[in-house]
Design a protein around this ligand. Structure first.
Ligand SMILES: NC(=O)C1=CN([C@@H]2O[C@H](COP(=O)(O)OP(=O)(O)OC[C@H]3O[C@@H](n4cnc5c(N)ncnc54)[C@H](O)[C@@H]3O)[C@@H](O)[C@H]2O)C=CC1
Ligand SMILES: O=C(CO)COP(=O)(O)O
Length: 338
Protein backbone atom coordinates (compact mmCIF):
# COMPACT_ATOMS: atom_id res chain seq x y z
CA UNK A 1 0.00 0.00 0.00
CA UNK A 2 1.65 3.20 -1.14
CA UNK A 3 -1.12 5.61 -2.10
CA UNK A 4 -2.46 7.85 0.66
CA UNK A 5 -6.19 8.54 0.53
CA UNK A 6 -8.50 11.11 2.07
CA UNK A 7 -11.10 9.13 4.00
CA UNK A 8 -13.93 9.71 6.45
CA UNK A 9 -15.88 7.62 8.88
CA UNK A 10 -19.35 8.56 10.04
CA UNK A 11 -20.21 7.46 13.57
CA UNK A 12 -18.41 8.06 16.83
CA UNK A 13 -19.12 4.66 18.43
CA UNK A 14 -17.02 1.54 18.92
CA UNK A 15 -16.84 0.36 15.35
CA UNK A 16 -16.53 3.76 13.69
CA UNK A 17 -13.59 4.53 15.96
CA UNK A 18 -11.94 1.14 15.37
CA UNK A 19 -12.09 1.54 11.57
CA UNK A 20 -11.00 5.19 11.70
CA UNK A 21 -8.01 4.11 13.78
CA UNK A 22 -6.93 1.49 11.21
CA UNK A 23 -7.03 4.08 8.44
CA UNK A 24 -5.02 6.54 10.53
CA UNK A 25 -2.52 3.73 11.32
CA UNK A 26 -2.22 3.22 7.56
CA UNK A 27 -1.24 6.85 7.09
CA UNK A 28 -4.42 8.07 5.37
CA UNK A 29 -5.80 11.55 5.98
CA UNK A 30 -8.66 10.38 8.22
CA UNK A 31 -11.52 12.35 9.73
CA UNK A 32 -14.25 10.85 11.94
CA UNK A 33 -17.65 12.52 12.19
CA UNK A 34 -19.51 12.33 15.49
CA UNK A 35 -22.32 14.24 17.16
CA UNK A 36 -20.77 15.05 20.52
CA UNK A 37 -18.38 18.00 20.76
CA UNK A 38 -16.90 16.71 24.00
CA UNK A 39 -15.91 13.43 22.35
CA UNK A 40 -14.44 15.25 19.33
CA UNK A 41 -12.23 17.20 21.71
CA UNK A 42 -11.18 13.97 23.44
CA UNK A 43 -10.20 12.27 20.15
CA UNK A 44 -8.33 15.34 18.90
CA UNK A 45 -6.53 16.22 22.11
CA UNK A 46 -6.19 13.02 24.16
CA UNK A 47 -6.35 10.50 21.27
CA UNK A 48 -8.82 8.26 23.10
CA UNK A 49 -12.56 7.48 22.97
CA UNK A 50 -13.01 6.21 26.51
CA UNK A 51 -16.79 5.79 26.41
CA UNK A 52 -16.67 3.30 23.53
CA UNK A 53 -13.10 1.96 23.54
CA UNK A 54 -11.82 2.32 27.09
CA UNK A 55 -8.07 2.00 27.59
CA UNK A 56 -7.25 2.04 23.85
CA UNK A 57 -4.74 4.65 22.63
CA UNK A 58 -5.81 5.94 19.20
CA UNK A 59 -3.47 7.01 16.44
CA UNK A 60 -2.66 10.71 17.09
CA UNK A 61 -3.14 11.56 13.40
CA UNK A 62 -6.87 10.66 13.58
CA UNK A 63 -9.00 13.83 13.51
CA UNK A 64 -12.62 14.12 14.65
CA UNK A 65 -15.25 16.72 13.79
CA UNK A 66 -18.93 17.52 14.36
CA UNK A 67 -19.09 19.17 10.92
CA UNK A 68 -20.45 16.63 8.42
CA UNK A 69 -19.81 18.71 5.30
CA UNK A 70 -16.19 19.43 6.25
CA UNK A 71 -15.62 15.76 7.19
CA UNK A 72 -16.62 14.32 3.82
CA UNK A 73 -15.36 17.14 1.54
CA UNK A 74 -12.93 15.81 -1.08
CA UNK A 75 -12.97 12.25 0.29
CA UNK A 76 -12.04 9.23 -1.85
CA UNK A 77 -14.05 6.96 0.43
CA UNK A 78 -16.53 7.38 3.26
CA UNK A 79 -17.41 4.62 5.77
CA UNK A 80 -20.89 4.62 7.26
CA UNK A 81 -21.03 3.23 10.80
CA UNK A 82 -24.29 4.51 12.20
CA UNK A 83 -26.84 2.22 13.95
CA UNK A 84 -29.64 1.18 11.59
CA UNK A 85 -32.31 3.16 13.42
CA UNK A 86 -30.53 6.45 12.60
CA UNK A 87 -29.07 5.53 9.20
CA UNK A 88 -31.70 7.10 6.95
CA UNK A 89 -31.68 10.31 8.98
CA UNK A 90 -27.88 10.62 8.66
CA UNK A 91 -27.97 9.63 4.96
CA UNK A 92 -30.38 12.51 4.33
CA UNK A 93 -28.02 14.95 6.05
CA UNK A 94 -25.27 13.69 3.73
CA UNK A 95 -27.18 13.99 0.48
CA UNK A 96 -25.93 17.45 -0.54
CA UNK A 97 -22.36 16.87 0.58
CA UNK A 98 -21.22 13.72 -1.24
CA UNK A 99 -19.76 14.27 -4.70
CA UNK A 100 -20.97 11.91 -7.47
CA UNK A 101 -18.84 8.77 -7.63
CA UNK A 102 -17.66 8.93 -4.01
CA UNK A 103 -17.19 5.45 -2.54
CA UNK A 104 -19.54 4.82 0.39
CA UNK A 105 -19.15 1.65 2.47
CA UNK A 106 -21.75 0.60 5.02
CA UNK A 107 -20.54 -1.30 8.08
CA UNK A 108 -23.96 -1.27 9.75
CA UNK A 109 -25.24 -4.74 10.71
CA UNK A 110 -28.91 -3.99 10.97
CA UNK A 111 -32.18 -3.70 9.06
CA UNK A 112 -34.41 -0.61 8.90
CA UNK A 113 -37.27 -1.48 11.23
CA UNK A 114 -40.07 0.43 9.49
CA UNK A 115 -39.30 -0.82 5.96
CA UNK A 116 -37.37 -4.09 6.44
CA UNK A 117 -34.66 -2.70 4.14
CA UNK A 118 -30.95 -3.37 4.43
CA UNK A 119 -28.63 -0.38 4.83
CA UNK A 120 -27.39 -0.62 1.24
CA UNK A 121 -31.01 -0.26 0.10
CA UNK A 122 -31.56 2.74 2.38
CA UNK A 123 -28.30 4.38 1.26
CA UNK A 124 -29.03 3.68 -2.41
CA UNK A 125 -32.42 5.41 -2.07
CA UNK A 126 -31.07 8.45 -0.25
CA UNK A 127 -27.68 8.77 -1.99
CA UNK A 128 -28.03 7.57 -5.59
CA UNK A 129 -24.84 9.42 -6.61
CA UNK A 130 -22.41 7.18 -4.68
CA UNK A 131 -20.54 3.94 -5.49
CA UNK A 132 -21.76 1.59 -2.79
CA UNK A 133 -20.16 -1.31 -0.92
CA UNK A 134 -20.75 -3.16 2.35
CA UNK A 135 -18.23 -4.48 4.83
CA UNK A 136 -18.93 -7.28 7.29
CA UNK A 137 -17.14 -10.07 9.12
CA UNK A 138 -15.99 -11.24 12.57
CA UNK A 139 -14.86 -7.77 13.62
CA UNK A 140 -15.28 -7.13 17.33
CA UNK A 141 -14.44 -3.44 17.67
CA UNK A 142 -12.40 -3.79 20.84
CA UNK A 143 -10.13 -6.47 19.34
CA UNK A 144 -9.64 -4.50 16.13
CA UNK A 145 -8.83 -1.34 18.07
CA UNK A 146 -6.31 -3.36 20.09
CA UNK A 147 -4.76 -4.29 16.72
CA UNK A 148 -5.45 -8.02 17.07
CA UNK A 149 -5.28 -9.97 13.80
CA UNK A 150 -8.68 -9.81 12.08
CA UNK A 151 -10.27 -10.53 8.69
CA UNK A 152 -13.26 -8.94 6.99
CA UNK A 153 -15.15 -8.91 3.67
CA UNK A 154 -15.74 -5.96 1.35
CA UNK A 155 -18.58 -6.75 -1.04
CA UNK A 156 -19.91 -4.79 -3.98
CA UNK A 157 -20.69 -5.21 -7.66
CA UNK A 158 -17.78 -2.88 -8.42
CA UNK A 159 -14.40 -4.73 -8.44
CA UNK A 160 -12.46 -1.45 -8.52
CA UNK A 161 -14.24 -0.30 -5.37
CA UNK A 162 -13.27 -3.55 -3.65
CA UNK A 163 -9.61 -3.07 -4.62
CA UNK A 164 -9.61 0.53 -3.37
CA UNK A 165 -11.07 -0.50 0.00
CA UNK A 166 -8.57 -3.35 0.30
CA UNK A 167 -5.80 -0.84 -0.43
CA UNK A 168 -7.11 1.59 2.20
CA UNK A 169 -7.65 -0.90 5.03
CA UNK A 170 -5.25 -3.81 4.59
CA UNK A 171 -2.37 -3.82 7.09
CA UNK A 172 -0.30 -6.10 9.32
CA UNK A 173 -3.31 -6.87 11.56
CA UNK A 174 -6.24 -6.51 9.15
CA UNK A 175 -6.99 -8.71 6.12
CA UNK A 176 -9.70 -7.59 3.71
CA UNK A 177 -11.21 -10.25 1.42
CA UNK A 178 -13.38 -9.25 -1.53
CA UNK A 179 -16.78 -10.55 -2.62
CA UNK A 180 -19.58 -9.72 -5.01
CA UNK A 181 -22.62 -10.96 -3.05
CA UNK A 182 -23.32 -7.63 -1.39
CA UNK A 183 -26.79 -8.70 -0.38
CA UNK A 184 -25.66 -11.95 1.26
CA UNK A 185 -22.73 -10.35 3.09
CA UNK A 186 -24.92 -7.60 4.48
CA UNK A 187 -27.78 -9.92 5.39
CA UNK A 188 -25.41 -12.33 7.18
CA UNK A 189 -24.09 -9.48 9.33
CA UNK A 190 -27.60 -8.50 10.38
CA UNK A 191 -29.03 -11.99 10.92
CA UNK A 192 -26.24 -13.41 13.10
CA UNK A 193 -27.04 -10.84 15.82
CA UNK A 194 -30.28 -12.68 16.59
CA UNK A 195 -28.50 -16.01 17.08
CA UNK A 196 -25.87 -14.31 19.26
CA UNK A 197 -28.68 -13.38 21.67
CA UNK A 198 -29.74 -17.05 21.80
CA UNK A 199 -26.15 -18.20 22.34
CA UNK A 200 -25.63 -15.68 25.15
CA UNK A 201 -28.79 -16.96 26.79
CA UNK A 202 -27.60 -20.57 26.44
CA UNK A 203 -24.28 -19.63 28.09
CA UNK A 204 -26.09 -18.02 31.02
CA UNK A 205 -28.14 -21.18 31.44
CA UNK A 206 -24.94 -23.22 31.73
CA UNK A 207 -25.36 -25.21 28.51
CA UNK A 208 -22.52 -27.57 27.55
CA UNK A 209 -20.24 -27.37 24.53
CA UNK A 210 -22.30 -30.00 22.66
CA UNK A 211 -25.35 -27.79 23.01
CA UNK A 212 -23.57 -24.59 21.99
CA UNK A 213 -22.06 -26.33 18.98
CA UNK A 214 -25.46 -27.63 17.86
CA UNK A 215 -26.95 -24.18 18.42
CA UNK A 216 -24.35 -22.40 16.29
CA UNK A 217 -24.56 -24.97 13.48
CA UNK A 218 -28.36 -24.98 13.39
CA UNK A 219 -28.29 -21.16 13.52
CA UNK A 220 -26.15 -21.20 10.39
CA UNK A 221 -28.62 -23.56 8.70
CA UNK A 222 -31.56 -21.37 9.68
CA UNK A 223 -30.04 -18.02 8.71
CA UNK A 224 -28.82 -19.32 5.37
CA UNK A 225 -32.22 -20.94 4.68
CA UNK A 226 -33.80 -17.52 5.25
CA UNK A 227 -31.19 -15.68 3.21
CA UNK A 228 -31.39 -18.02 0.21
CA UNK A 229 -35.18 -17.57 0.06
CA UNK A 230 -34.52 -13.81 0.13
CA UNK A 231 -32.06 -14.08 -2.79
CA UNK A 232 -28.59 -14.47 -1.23
CA UNK A 233 -25.90 -16.98 -2.29
CA UNK A 234 -25.62 -19.83 0.29
CA UNK A 235 -21.85 -19.97 -0.26
CA UNK A 236 -21.53 -16.48 1.26
CA UNK A 237 -22.61 -18.05 4.55
CA UNK A 238 -19.55 -20.34 4.48
CA UNK A 239 -17.23 -17.32 4.59
CA UNK A 240 -16.09 -14.73 7.11
CA UNK A 241 -19.29 -12.69 6.88
CA UNK A 242 -21.38 -15.81 7.56
CA UNK A 243 -19.94 -18.58 9.70
CA UNK A 244 -17.03 -16.34 10.80
CA UNK A 245 -19.18 -13.59 12.25
CA UNK A 246 -21.76 -16.04 13.61
CA UNK A 247 -19.04 -17.90 15.51
CA UNK A 248 -17.46 -14.79 17.05
CA UNK A 249 -20.71 -13.20 18.19
CA UNK A 250 -22.12 -16.48 19.52
CA UNK A 251 -19.03 -17.12 21.66
CA UNK A 252 -17.62 -13.77 22.78
CA UNK A 253 -18.86 -11.67 25.70
CA UNK A 254 -17.46 -8.68 23.75
CA UNK A 255 -20.53 -8.99 21.50
CA UNK A 256 -23.31 -6.70 22.73
CA UNK A 257 -25.97 -9.06 21.32
CA UNK A 258 -24.43 -12.02 23.17
CA UNK A 259 -24.40 -9.89 26.33
CA UNK A 260 -28.09 -9.04 25.91
CA UNK A 261 -28.84 -12.78 25.70
CA UNK A 262 -26.64 -13.55 28.68
CA UNK A 263 -28.41 -10.97 30.86
CA UNK A 264 -31.82 -12.19 29.71
CA UNK A 265 -30.72 -15.73 30.61
CA UNK A 266 -30.02 -14.46 34.10
CA UNK A 267 -33.62 -13.34 34.35
CA UNK A 268 -33.27 -9.61 33.69
CA UNK A 269 -35.87 -7.56 31.84
CA UNK A 270 -35.21 -6.75 28.14
CA UNK A 271 -35.77 -2.99 28.39
CA UNK A 272 -33.52 -2.77 31.42
CA UNK A 273 -30.78 -4.78 29.68
CA UNK A 274 -30.90 -2.70 26.49
CA UNK A 275 -30.87 0.58 28.47
CA UNK A 276 -27.90 -0.47 30.60
CA UNK A 277 -25.87 -1.58 27.55
CA UNK A 278 -25.34 2.04 26.41
CA UNK A 279 -24.47 0.78 22.91
CA UNK A 280 -26.46 -0.65 20.04
CA UNK A 281 -27.56 -4.33 19.96
CA UNK A 282 -29.10 -4.58 16.51
CA UNK A 283 -30.41 -8.14 17.04
CA UNK A 284 -33.31 -7.05 19.24
CA UNK A 285 -35.14 -5.34 16.37
CA UNK A 286 -33.85 -7.78 13.75
CA UNK A 287 -35.51 -10.61 15.70
CA UNK A 288 -38.92 -8.97 15.32
CA UNK A 289 -38.38 -8.46 11.59
CA UNK A 290 -37.24 -12.05 11.05
CA UNK A 291 -40.23 -13.38 12.95
CA UNK A 292 -42.58 -11.32 10.74
CA UNK A 293 -40.80 -12.44 7.59
CA UNK A 294 -40.71 -16.12 8.58
CA UNK A 295 -44.49 -16.01 9.00
CA UNK A 296 -45.14 -13.94 5.87
CA UNK A 297 -42.93 -16.17 3.68
CA UNK A 298 -43.59 -19.43 5.57
CA UNK A 299 -39.90 -20.09 6.33
CA UNK A 300 -39.13 -22.76 8.95
CA UNK A 301 -37.24 -20.86 11.68
CA UNK A 302 -37.57 -22.66 15.03
CA UNK A 303 -34.73 -20.72 16.69
CA UNK A 304 -36.20 -17.33 15.78
CA UNK A 305 -39.65 -18.47 16.90
CA UNK A 306 -38.31 -19.84 20.18
CA UNK A 307 -36.35 -16.69 21.04
CA UNK A 308 -39.29 -14.50 20.07
CA UNK A 309 -41.59 -16.50 22.35
CA UNK A 310 -39.19 -16.11 25.27
CA UNK A 311 -38.52 -12.40 24.79
CA UNK A 312 -41.83 -11.06 23.56
CA UNK A 313 -44.43 -13.61 24.66
CA UNK A 314 -42.97 -14.30 28.10
CA UNK A 315 -42.75 -18.08 27.62
CA UNK A 316 -40.49 -20.05 29.95
CA UNK A 317 -37.09 -21.03 28.48
CA UNK A 318 -37.46 -24.65 29.63
CA UNK A 319 -40.86 -24.97 27.98
CA UNK A 320 -39.56 -23.53 24.67
CA UNK A 321 -36.54 -25.87 24.69
CA UNK A 322 -38.87 -28.82 25.38
CA UNK A 323 -41.00 -27.93 22.36
CA UNK A 324 -37.92 -27.51 20.15
CA UNK A 325 -36.51 -30.90 21.20
CA UNK A 326 -39.75 -32.55 20.04
CA UNK A 327 -39.79 -30.75 16.67
CA UNK A 328 -39.16 -32.54 13.40
CA UNK A 329 -35.48 -33.41 12.86
CA UNK A 330 -34.84 -31.90 9.47
CA UNK A 331 -31.85 -32.40 7.15
CA UNK A 332 -28.39 -31.57 8.46
CA UNK A 333 -27.02 -29.83 5.34
CA UNK A 334 -29.67 -28.34 3.07
CA UNK A 335 -27.85 -26.83 0.12
CA UNK A 336 -26.42 -28.99 -2.63
CA UNK A 337 -23.53 -27.46 -4.56
CA UNK A 338 -23.82 -28.41 -8.20
N1 LIG B 1 -18.94 -2.78 17.62
C1 LIG B 1 -18.66 -3.79 16.82
O1 LIG B 1 -17.91 -4.69 17.20
C2 LIG B 1 -19.21 -3.81 15.43
C3 LIG B 1 -20.33 -3.08 15.08
N2 LIG B 1 -20.81 -3.12 13.81
C4 LIG B 1 -22.01 -2.40 13.41
O2 LIG B 1 -21.71 -1.02 13.25
C5 LIG B 1 -22.86 -0.24 13.56
C6 LIG B 1 -22.46 0.80 14.58
O3 LIG B 1 -22.05 0.07 15.72
P1 LIG B 1 -21.15 0.61 16.88
O4 LIG B 1 -20.21 1.67 16.46
O5 LIG B 1 -20.58 -0.57 17.52
O6 LIG B 1 -22.31 1.25 17.81
P2 LIG B 1 -22.15 2.07 19.14
O7 LIG B 1 -23.40 1.89 19.90
O8 LIG B 1 -20.84 1.75 19.78
O9 LIG B 1 -22.06 3.58 18.61
C7 LIG B 1 -23.07 4.16 17.84
C8 LIG B 1 -22.63 5.56 17.43
O10 LIG B 1 -23.61 6.09 16.55
C9 LIG B 1 -23.93 7.40 16.99
N3 LIG B 1 -25.28 7.76 16.58
C10 LIG B 1 -26.45 7.20 16.95
N4 LIG B 1 -27.47 7.87 16.39
C11 LIG B 1 -26.93 8.88 15.65
C12 LIG B 1 -27.46 9.93 14.86
N5 LIG B 1 -28.77 10.09 14.71
N6 LIG B 1 -26.60 10.78 14.27
C13 LIG B 1 -25.27 10.64 14.42
N7 LIG B 1 -24.70 9.67 15.17
C14 LIG B 1 -25.52 8.81 15.78
C15 LIG B 1 -23.79 7.34 18.51
O11 LIG B 1 -23.63 8.65 19.04
C16 LIG B 1 -22.51 6.51 18.63
O12 LIG B 1 -21.38 7.32 18.48
C17 LIG B 1 -23.94 -1.22 14.08
O13 LIG B 1 -24.84 -1.50 13.06
C18 LIG B 1 -23.13 -2.47 14.43
O14 LIG B 1 -23.90 -3.65 14.27
C19 LIG B 1 -20.15 -3.81 12.85
C20 LIG B 1 -19.03 -4.54 13.14
C21 LIG B 1 -18.52 -4.65 14.47
O1 LIG C 1 -20.71 -7.63 14.68
C1 LIG C 1 -19.92 -7.69 15.59
C2 LIG C 1 -18.65 -8.41 15.50
O2 LIG C 1 -18.42 -8.89 14.22
C3 LIG C 1 -20.24 -7.05 16.88
O3 LIG C 1 -21.36 -7.66 17.41
P1 LIG C 1 -22.25 -6.91 18.48
O4 LIG C 1 -22.98 -5.82 17.76
O5 LIG C 1 -23.12 -7.98 19.04
O6 LIG C 1 -21.31 -6.34 19.51
Amino acid sequence: MTKKYRVAILGGGSFGTAIANIMADNGHDTCQWMRTGERVKEVNELHTNEVYLPGIPLNPSLRASTDLQETVAGCDAVFFSIPSKASREVARQLADHLAPGTILVSTTKGIEFETNKLMSEVLREELPQVRLGVMSGPNLAKELAARMITGTVIASDDPELNITIQDILQCAYFRVYAGSDMYGVELAGALKNVYAITAGMAAALGCGHNTISMLITRSLAEMSRYAVIKGADPLTFMGLAGVGDLFVTCTSPLSRNYRVGYELGQGRDLNEVVASLGQVAEGVNTLRLMKEQSEALDIYMPLVNGLYDIIYNGREVGEVIGTMMCAEQSRDVEFIIK
